[in-house]
Design a protein around this ligand. Structure first.
Ligand code: GLU
Length: 302
């Protein structure tokens, strides 16, 4: 497969769409990003990377990091699935409403409530969830320069009442066990990690390699890697996961920074970035570019 030619074709086809949608505004530090940015990278299972546009430019990973914290917690053998479900929520990613009906157990690990529980578990397991995550991402991407963006973390914290409410509410059910303020700090730092499309495509390769890390050691069992891919497919793109599966046909995880990571098990990982979001929170150009990729190559899980 000539991935480089495919990427160049997609970038050409995408030109009229780039700039559509609006960058996230509820985190002020994200609102000022240029909506005309577009980058896309593919990493094959052997670590060769292809890219186009702004593929080496760091951006705010936001909810994409939820995939990696989930992997670290499952890799530690945690009994996470007793605390978090794995069904689509059908609600916005920061919704509170279902939590009360469902006794403080979030629907899945990719809505904010679920991710807060996962980060709480990682904090208990490691004592420093955000540093553990950053170190893991540095190793898997091969980029020791990866860092948090303090301005984004600060901006999230200053506008984080909704996440604080979710965390306190779940703590009242005993589903958060660390002090809420500590948990929120780690969660906001986690969301504020900056990575490029190349970094993210490389870091996610364990999902295409059935659980094997970049150095060949095993992070997850084959079955656990399958489970994460399955939850990405059903819950990874907010309350538009059905639409994403219909158009793209790959496990994917988006973030409000405008990035989306997608996985072709056994073949490659992709990351696309363009900051303009649709009303559900997914990158408009990003979803279209992935749709083009599976249409042009026939590489999908279906
Ligand atoms: N830091 C964002 C929040 O908690 C992440 C949201 C996202 O990317 O989905 O609201």
């Amino acid at each position: 497969m000539d991935y480089q030619s495919v990427l160049e074709r997609i970038a050409r086809d995408m030109a009229p769409q780039i700039g559509s949608g609006r960058p996230a505004e509820y985190i002020p530090a994200l609102a000022s990003v240029d909506p005309r940015r577009f980058g896309m990278a593919i990493a094959d299972v052997d670590g060769k990377v292809y890219g186009v546009g702004d593929w080496q430019r760091p951006f705010s990973t936001q909810s994409i990091t939820k995939v990696f914290t989930l992997a670290l917690v499952l890799a530690a053998g945690d009994d996470l699935w007793e605390r978090v479900g794995r069904e689509p929520s059908g609600n916005p990613f920061n919704s509170l409403v279902q939590l009360e009906y469902e006794n403080g157990i979030p629907r899945n690990p990719f809505i904010n409530a679920g991710a807060l529980v996962v980060t709480d578990r990682l904090q208990t397991l490691t004592g420093d969830a955000s540093s553990e995550l950053l170190e893991f991402l540095r190793q898997e991407s091969g980029n020791p320069g990866l860092a948090f963006d303090p301005e984004v973390a600060e901006s999230e914290s200053a506008h984080g009442d909704r996440n604080a409410a979710l965390a306190h509410f779940m703590a009242s059910y005993g589903n958060i066990t660390n002090p809420v303020s500590t948990l929120l700090d780690h969660y906001f730092w986690q969301c504020a990690i900056e990575m490029s499309c190349a970094d993210l495509a490389l870091a996610a390769r364990f999902l295409a390699r059935h659980g094997l890390r970049a150095d060949g050691s095993r992070l997850l069992t084959r079955s656990e890697a399958k489970q994460i891919n399955a939850v990405m497919l059903t819950c990874g793109t907010y309350d538009a996961a059905g639409e994403f599966a219909h158009r793209v046909g790959l496990p994917g995880k988006s973030g409000v920074g405008g990035g989306i990571v997608a996985v072709v098990p056994g073949r490659c990982t992709l990351c696309v970035w363009s900051p303009g979001l649709d009303e559900r929170g997914n990158s408009v150009a990003g979803v279209t570019a992935l749709d083009r990729f599976t249409t042009l190559t026939g590489l999908s899980v279906f």
